[in-house]
Design a binder for this molecule. Structure first.
Ligand SMILES: [Zn+2]
Ligand SMILES: [Zn+2]
Length: 333
């Protein structure tokens, strides 16, 4: 393992542990420094004990670099062991059945990794495919993709797909549900994508009837395949939106829009009682990481544990299907 690989692995592990504080920033910074330093200089400094004289390298990161140069993986192994994601015995049945991940971001919007890094990680986790779902233009804080940038991204994905085959990167977007329930891209743009996730990101405090109408309208769109993080809650920080879940889930069942089981630890959306209701309405589900970094692709167990607790019928989880079957389903919907 080279120093770059060791640092990348540690950053990945800290991401999967949702560690966003000082420690992670220090390793991310050290990774930048190591990438821009000549390997011979690293070796010389490691031997002379002067790595910490490089700006951005502290004691922990210097130790990691020196260990990597000596072929010692003890620090990486320690972080690896400390950051594993919990998967229950019942959740393991769901995780084992997953063949892909239908909601994740890249550097093109507000993610922290390239499409290729996300794809390699997803493949390493045993997946056959992933759906790339960067944000749509209205979400300016997240560098949402205009039609022009989306076209460029589709060209990049086509090239990458040749390189990564048989692994498949399906095209997609996380399109904003606007206040009136219309979507943040035209039908023409959305119709060229494989899978569309639609989510509410603004005016989450809207009055109940208006929010219900807004969501039902989006769910009924023939282009929308998955309803992302339906309540918008952030555990301990933001309450769930209010809407008539009976109408929304009935619409999801009727219009073949899967209800996402969002695996982000701060979201875990929908909450249990709503997930149970969606099961009763006969909805389909997609257990998605909503990853913004490679390590976060390892979050699917959070949703799998939740799905097992609520007894989600496994045959209604759309990302347990092979890519072609998934594509047939979204096209028929
Ligand atoms: Zn979102
Ligand atoms: Zn997202």
């Amino acid at each position: 393992m080279t120093p770059v690989e060791a640092l990348e692995r540690v950053v990945h592990c800290l991401d999967r542990a949702h560690e966003t504080g000082f420690k992670t920033r220090a390793f991310v910074r050290a990774l930048e420094v190591v990438r821009s330093t000549a390997p011979e200089e690293l070796v010389a400094r490691s031997e002379a004990g002067t790595l910490t004289e490089l700006e951005g390298i502290g004691d922990s990161t210097a130790r990691l670099i020196t260990e990597a140069l000596q072929g010692d993986t003890s620090y990486v192994d320690k972080i690896e062991a400390e950051t594993g994601v919990n998967l229950t015995d019942d959740g393991a049945k769901y995780r084992a059945a997953l063949k892909g991940d239908c909601h994740l971001h890249s550097l093109w919007s507000d993610g922290g990794a390239t499409i290729e890094a996300m794809a390699r990680t997803a493949r390493g986790l045993g997946h056959d495919y992933m759906v790339l779902t960067d944000h749509s233009p209205r979400l300016t804080v997240a560098h949402g993709l205009s039609k022009e940038r989306l076209d460029q991204q589709l060209a990049d994905v086509a090239t990458l797909n040749e390189k990564m085959a048989p692994f498949r990167i399906l095209t997609g977007i996380e399109v904003d549900i606007l206040e009136d329930g219309t979507l943040d891209h035209t039908d023409e743009v959305l119709s060229q994508l494989d899978v569309v996730v639609a989510s509410v990101h603004s005016k989450l405090r809207m009055e109940r009837a208006a929010m219900t109408e807004r969501m039902v309208r989006a769910v009924a769109s023939p282009h929308v395949d998955i309803l992302g993080h339906c309540t918008g809650r952030l555990i301990g920080k933001r309450d769930q939106s209010t809407f008539d879940a009976d109408y929304v889930f009935a619409a999801c069942a009727q219009f073949h829009t899967a209800v996402e089981i969002n695996c982000r630890p701060e979201r875990l959306d929908p909450p249990r009682e709503l997930l149970n209701l969606a099961i009763d309405y006969g909805c389909y589900f997609s257990i998605d990481s909503d990853a913004h970094a490679t390590g976060q692709l390892e979050w699917q167990p959070h949703g799998c544990n939740r799905a097992a607790e609520c007894d989600v019928p496994l045959d209604r989880v759309i990302n347990t299907w092979p890519a072609d079957e998934l594509l047939r389903w979204v096209q028929a919907a």
